[in-house]
Design a protein around this ligand. Structure first.
Ligand SMILES: NC(=O)c1ccc[n+]([C@@H]2O[C@H](COP(=O)([O-])OP(=O)(O)OC[C@H]3O[C@@H](n4cnc5c(N)ncnc54)[C@H](O)[C@@H]3O)[C@@H](O)[C@H]2O)c1
Length: 278
């Protein structure tokens, strides 16, 4: 038989929390709409599935309609709410259309995840101007355009909004052969913090999730045996990450409950890779 506490007793507050659905209030996304750009990819797809599992209606977005449609269908078949809307982060018009279509279809957008990205791996002397520009354009300018298109919408609504940009451990650390990629991610980190400052009083939170090493399409070519051995050898957990291992951190940063006082934060999900360095 639980003890009876008077209304003013300190234990009463804890008792009330226990009685209610504590975790749902902290991390639940029921009734909210999440746009995940780059969700046709490996990490974006896992994050989209995770947000849908937490109750969000997910807009799977990206360049590849086949993969995107397929991802949205899988989420629906599993009982989640998802739809595919294509968008190219290199085009402001395309992002405006994405935003407006989402608002028309669902009446709201609560969060944006910028997970589109490309990589290139060559010695510094061999980087072509085209390749440098392609990486900077997609990773940095694409993220900037999406933030610029969605942030004023979030700022204009009472509930505000939340943006999660995807960085990398190389946003802080130099890594061999990925010069344009590292520079783009360092810039995304800086932009994220600056937007967190800029929009804080308008109810829009910006955070950056920095994954360690997760085998995916864009880095498959880069991961030769020497690099794999180096990475695993320098990762305290001594393995690559699984895409699903990004979900909890994403929900924490995006959620209105648990994440309400988190903005401008950098969260590394990297098996301890950066712990060895700073
Ligand atoms: N895989 C890793 O180990 C790792 C580590 C750190 C950071 N990241 C970052 O995570 C994000 C996702 O990477 P991933 O590993 O899932 O790669 P991925 O190649 O599987 O996914 C990237 C997605 O971005 C999409 N995309 C590319 N250009 C686009 C554009 N102009 N408009 C819309 N979509 C576009 C691609 O179609 C693809 O679906 C990237 O930003 C990447 O830099 C990945």
């Amino acid at each position: 038989m639980p003890r009876q506490f008077s209304p003013g007793h300190p234990a009463k507050k804890i008792e009330r929390r226990m009685a209610s659905d504590y975790l749902t209030k902290l991390f639940g996304l029921e009734g909210q709409v999440a746009v995940v750009v780059g969700a046709s990819g490996v990490l974006g797809g896992a994050i989209a599935e995770g947000l849908a599992s937490a109750g969000a209606t997910v807009v799977v977005s990206g360049l590849n309609p086949d993969r995107g449609e397929n991802r949205a269908q899988l989420i629906q078949e599993a009982g989640g709410k998802a739809t595919f809307i294509s968008a190219d982060t290199l085009s402001r018009d395309s992002l405006v259309q994405l935003r407006d279509q989402c608002i028309e279809k669902f009446g709201r957008i609560d969060m944006l995840v910028n997970c589109a990205g490309v990589n290139s791996s060559v010695p510094y002397e061999e980087i072509s101007d085209e390749d440098w520009q392609r990486v900077i354009d997609t990773n940095l300018t694409g993220t900037h355009l999406a933030c610029q298109v969605f942030a004023p919408y979030f700022a204009g609504r009472e509930e505000g909004g939340s943006v999660l940009n995807i960085g990398s451990v190389t946003a802080h650390l130099p890594l061999s052969r990925v010069f344009a990629y590292s520079a783009s991610k360092a810039a995304v980190l800086n932009l994220t913090k600056n937007l967190a400052r800029e929009y804080a009083t308008q109810g829009v939170r910006f955070n950056i999730l920095c994954p360690g090493f997760f085998p995916a399409e864009q880095n498959r070519k880069i991961l030769d045996k020497e690099r794999v051995d180096n990475i695993i050898g320098q990762t305290p957990l001594a393995r690559f990450g699984e895409p699903e291992e990004l979900v909890g951190a994403s929900i924490l940063l995006l959620s209105r409950g648990a994440g309400s006082f988190i903005t401008g934060a950098t969260l590394y999900v990297d098996g301890g890779f950066t712990a060895m360095r700073f």
